[in-house]
Design a binder for this molecule. Structure first.
Ligand SMILES: Nc1ncnc2c1ncn2[C@@H]1O[C@H](COP(=O)(O)OP(=O)(O)O)[C@@H](O)[C@H]1O
Ligand SMILES: [Mg+2]
Length: 245
C-alpha cells in the first residue's frame, strides 16, 4: 500500500531524513519509535506532502501511484489521513462544519454516532482546537479521522496528553479505525503510528516496529520486544545494535 524508497528530506535547508525505506502492506499497522527530534513527525509530514518538507531524493508510492510530488489534498483524496502531534487552532472554523466538509458521504446519523462515541457533542459549535485541552484535541483529531475515513492512517503520538480515563476510549477507537475487529485478510486499512510510551500497543495488534534515530532506521522487528529493550536499556542500545529483532 505504501512503499517508501531511500527517502531523503530537508526542512529549512537541513537534511532531517537520511534514506528511509519502509513498506506497509494492506491491513498492516506499523509503529515508529525513537527519541525526540529524531525525525518521526517529519516522516509523517513528508508522506502527507506538506510544503515545508522537501524530498531531495527517493520516492513515496501509494497504492501503486508515485505521490512524491503530489499536493496534500490529492493525497488526502487518495485515502491518506493524518492525526497531528500538535495540530493548529483554526479560529472561525467550527468543528461541526469541518466534519461536514471532510466526510460529505457520511449520513448525519453516522456523523452523530461518531461524535457521541468520542464524547464531543458539546464541541460542534466551537472553533477547532481553540481552548481545547490536550485530551480534547486528541479526541477531536480521532473524530475527524473517523469521519474522513482514510485507508492509510497516520497517528502522531495519539496517547500523549490523554488522561487515563480517556486512554481506553482512544485505544478502542484507533483499533476500530484500523479494522482490528476484522480478520487480517478482510482488513483494508493500514496504519503508521508514532508512540513514545507504547500504551497504544495494549490496544492494537501491531505488525511491525521501527526505531528511528537521527533520521535513520536503526532497528526493525517485533514492537513489544523493541519497546522492552528500550525501556530496559534506553535508545543508546539501539544505536549500537542495528539488527532485526
Ligand atoms: N517545520 C520545521 N521547521 C524547522 N525545523 C523543523 C521543522 N519540523 C521539524 N524540524 C526539525 O527536524 C528535526 C526532527 O523533528 P521531528 O520530526 O519533529 O522529530 P520527532 O517527531 O522524532 O520528535 C528537529 O530537529 C526539528 O527541530
Ligand atoms: Mg514528533
Amino acid at each position: 500500500m505504501l512503499h517508501i524508497e531511500d527517502l531523503h528530506a530537508e526542512v529549512d535547508g537541513r537534511e532531517i531524513l537520511h534514506g528511509i525505506t519502509l513498506h506497509i502492506e494492506p491491513g498492516e499497522t506499523h509503529v515508529l519509535m525513537g527519541p525526540n527530534g529524531s525525525g518521526k513527525s517529519t516522516l509523517l509530514m513528508c508522506i502527507m506532502g506538506f510544503d515545508a518538507y522537501t524530498v531531495t531524493k527517493g520516492s513515496i508510492t501509494f497504492n501503486g501511484t508515485d505521490v512524491t510530488d503530489m499536493p496534500v489534498h490529492e493525497r488526502a483524496r487518495m485515502g491518506m489521513g493524518i492525526m497531528f502531534q500538535r495540530p493548529p487552532s483554526i479560529p472561525g472554523l467550527k468543528l461541526g462544519r469541518m466534519l461536514e466538509v471532510i466526510g460529505p458521504g457520511k449520513k448525519p446519523d453516522e456523523r452523530s454516532a461518531a461524535v457521541s462515541r468520542m464524547n464531543m457533542q458539546d464541541f460542534m459549535g466551537r472553533d477547532i482546537n481553540l481552548g481545547f485541552s490536550g485530551g480534547e484535541i486528541k479526541r477531536s483529531e480521532i473524530l475527524q479521522m473517523m469521519i474522513q475515513d482514510p485507508s492509510f492512517i497516520m497517528l502522531d503520538e495519539p496517547e500523549s496528553g490523554v488522561d487515563l480515563e480517556n486512554i481506553h476510549l482512544m485505544g478502542e477507537s484507533i483499533s476500530h479505525l484500523l479494522q482490528k475487529h476484522q480478520k487480517f485478510v478482510n482488513r483494508k486499512n493500514s496504519g503508521l503510528v508514532i508512540t513514545h510510551t507504547g500504551y497504544i500497543l495494549d490496544y492494537l495488534d501491531v505488525d511491525k516496529g521501527h526505531v528511528m534515530i537521527n533520521g535513520e532506521f536503526k532497528c526493525h522487528g517485533n514492537p513489544r520486544e523493541i519497546l522492552k529493550l528500550i525501556k530496559d536499556k534506553g535508545y543508546n542500545e539501539c544505536l549500537n545494535c542495528s539488527k532485526i529483532i
